[in-house]
Design a binder for this molecule. Sequence first.
Ligand code: ADP
Ligand code: MG
Length: 729
Amino acid sequence: MSTLRFQALKEASNRKPVHFEEIDRKSSLFGSNVFNEKAMKQYLTSDAFKGVRDAIQHGTKIDRKLADYIAMGMKEWALAKGVTHYTHWFQPLTGTTAEKHDAFFETSYDGSDPVEKFGGAQLVQQEPDASSFPNGGIRNTFEARGYTAWDPTSPAFIYGTTLCIPTVFIAYTGEALDNKIPLLRALSAIDEAATEVCRYFDKNVKKVTATLGWEQEYFLIDKALANSRPDLMMTGRTLLGHTSAKGQQLDDHYFGSIPTRALTYMRDLEQECMLLGIPVKTRHNEVAPNQFELAPIFEETNLAVDHNSLLMDVMQRVAERHDFKVLFHEKPFKGVNGSGKHNNWSLATDTGVNLLSPSKTPMSNLQFLTFFINTIKAVNDNETLLRASIATASNDHRLGANEAPPAIMSVFIGAQLTKVLSELESVTTGKLSPEEKTDLKLNVVGKIPDVLLDNTDRNRTSPFAFTGNKWEFRAVGSNSNCSNAMTTLNAIVAKQLIDFKNEVENLIENKDMKKDDAIFNVLREYIKQSKKILFEGDGYSEAWEKEAAKRGLSNFKTTPEAIKAKVSKQALDLFEQLGIFNHVEAEARYEIELEEYTKKIQIEGRVLGDISRNHVIPTAIRYQNTLIENVKGLKEIFGKEFETLAREQIVLIKEISGHIEGINSKVLAMTNERKKANQLTDAQKMAEAYCNKVKPYFDEIRNHCDKLELLVDDESWTLTKYRELLFMK
Ligand code: ADP
Ligand code: MG
């Protein structure tokens, strides 16, 4: 009966690792499909090259004439590599990446003069069919169309036979319609604010770059098995399925060697990454069975975000060749660990200094402490906004589920730095005596590098942790585009650094303080004001939930609650002040996120309704019929004695009927709630209804289905089981 499942199992168990042409020295491939400095030097005139470099380094504009020259060189480079098409590659507000391919090939109107053409106009600006991308009402309101515009700070690359040009997506009225524009704006805000603060310590600093190193977690499931589960295909997660007897208790996956098929896939993937200039570095098993992680060397944030988006796409395409399906969902399986995307973040100067790395001299350590404490203050003051930046329907399953960071934002800094902060907290108010300053420099600020070395206490339960020379934002979802989190983090720190500078200047000008005294004074106050966000204990514990509530920290468990912070007055002002979003853009994005949430839950509800009625109930009835036949047969042969002989079967028959009734009535009730929710016109209310009225039925329906999975004969169960999805290698 259950052919799809058994066909898939047969297919999956016969698989062999797929051969691919592996090149030994991966470094020789690095960036060979990227229009990087090396390629530009070869294919561009020196003026054109200088133009691109200035645009990258100083944000200068590239005029049309120059764009023509650049396009010409880019085309020659691409044609030499067998490229036929080009596309403006961008990151719309939903989905990962978008592209529309155009051929270089052109002819005259009468079909004569066939030629490959690509000019400045095509490089710089395109108009995709934007009507299908979400815009939160922006285009309707303004009747504006959108266009894509070249982002020279992220190099063009070749994928397959297509030249991909990273672009932003923008409305003709100027509003951002994508993930990249706000990110670029936030990165420029932090550059400006951090550079200003750096100049207290080193006048040579002209630019500060935010760096990002993401760690991508994912599940790798055999393609046939994944395809046999309609819920996985439609929603990215299993909506039902009984936990397998063996899960991750033994930790044998985490510590084991990478299975051969998976390893072959990873090597192929890494080779593709090398060609694309994605500097992948580590690969390993993760906690759950068939779960893995991949991490690169960190890069400038805009490039790192592009690389992560590109990677997610490449991962899926390479998986196709290896008969795998990659699951990026934060929680594809109930009862086993979900996936995240830790965002490691730091700030680097153009003089080569990592601002979040303690060093040997007291002066540069005061600089370190300045950036360190300002980040803590920024998170303290904007914890709800940071929480909002990582809120999605799928990440809701993970946050607060005792495996990932809780939905409560807090900052972990380790015992040693906690001690440093408490010493700084008792710095004298006003001017410091020379003795105090010397003591601080020698014994507190000067000692940081030593103390950090033995700071091995790495609390894995914290959503935002200091890990020696960078911050690690661990609550980002595996399926998310990093830009949301990175835009927010860089924005709140930029705002904080601007405030810091103002306060220090005020003390210098109005209180006649020296620079050092002013900095110590402001930092001392920040430490006092940021107490509530610092937490070193177990983030998974119930005690912390209670404690956090006492401290007044937010604990939003669902997306509709969490993202309200994005349109709070504080957030709107902050984004506007920094030029990241105007109010229209911020409100539009909020609407889009609500709609996306609603759609996700709506689809899950429909799929669950379908599967439970079309797969589970018919299967249960078939099995129940077998039992009924059995009971009838027993009665026929044994007469009255059948009552004893068929007792268990009759119990089972009744139990099955109970669960069938349960499924039917709950699906009906859920459908009614969906209908009611669909009547609502306010996006916030609709999302809330889906969250609080529709979603609660999922677990109830699932419960009945999973019970039936345990009762029904394994041979006739149509849906591929957890043990098969998770343990087939
Ligand atoms: P794990 O969290 O698995 O223990 P690490 O803490 O060593 O691993 O994190 C490694 C990640 O941190 C890598 O992606 C690396 O590129 C990134 N990283 C290291 N230094 C920086 C930095 N200065 N800025 C941003 N990311 C960084
Ligand atoms: Mg990590």
